[in-house]
Design a protein around this ligand. Structure first.
Ligand SMILES: [Zn+2]
Length: 153
């Protein structure tokens, strides 16, 4: 696990989020945080890049990356602030690393009628199934994160 942070995000917070949302047994990846517009990319060699804006935007409820387009699979979620954005995006990209480790099983994948994996190894890597699964995982992690924050107060 290699973490490179080129942004204003606090290193402690970044590590905390990664540890929180990291799927079990997943540690062979590099995660880099750069300046850009909020989004994430994961390559097939487990290189993850997360982009965040140069300045923190005012906290407000907004919808992140929701898609009703059947071809894309994104479910999206409603987020309250930048922390939640980071939790969601990092969880989504780390789930893609998990998917590569678990490409030969149907165990644990989020599926529904529209976005199912089928029986081929490659089905797990077609965009709708892959991004539906990653978004469902990210939503689950964000829910856990919110619950744990409430517990700390
Ligand atoms: Zn994705």
């Amino acid at each position: 696990m290699i973490i490179i942070n080129k942004t204003r995000i606090d290193n402690g917070l970044l590590h905390e989020i990664i540890e929180f949302v990291r799927p079990p047994m997943i540690s062979d990846f590099q995660l880099e945080v750069c300046i850009g517009l909020y989004c994430g990319i994961a390559t097939t060699s487990n290189q993850i890049t997360i982009f965040i804006t140069p300045k923190e935007p005012p906290a407000r409820s907004s919808c992140y990356d929701h898609s009703t387009d059947k071809e894309r699979g994104y479910v999206g979620t409603r987020i309250q602030n930048e922390f939640e954005m980071l939790v969601f995006v990092i969880a989504h990209e780390l789930r893609h690393v998990w998917q590569r480790e678990n490409y030969d099983t149907n165990e644990g994948w989020f599926t529904n009628e529209l976005y199912c994996r089928g029986n081929s190894i490659l089905d797990g890597f077609s965009p709708p199934a892959r991004d539906y699964d990653a978004d469902m995982y990210a939503r689950q992690q964000l829910k856990r994160w919110r619950t744990s924050r409430r517990d700390m107060k």
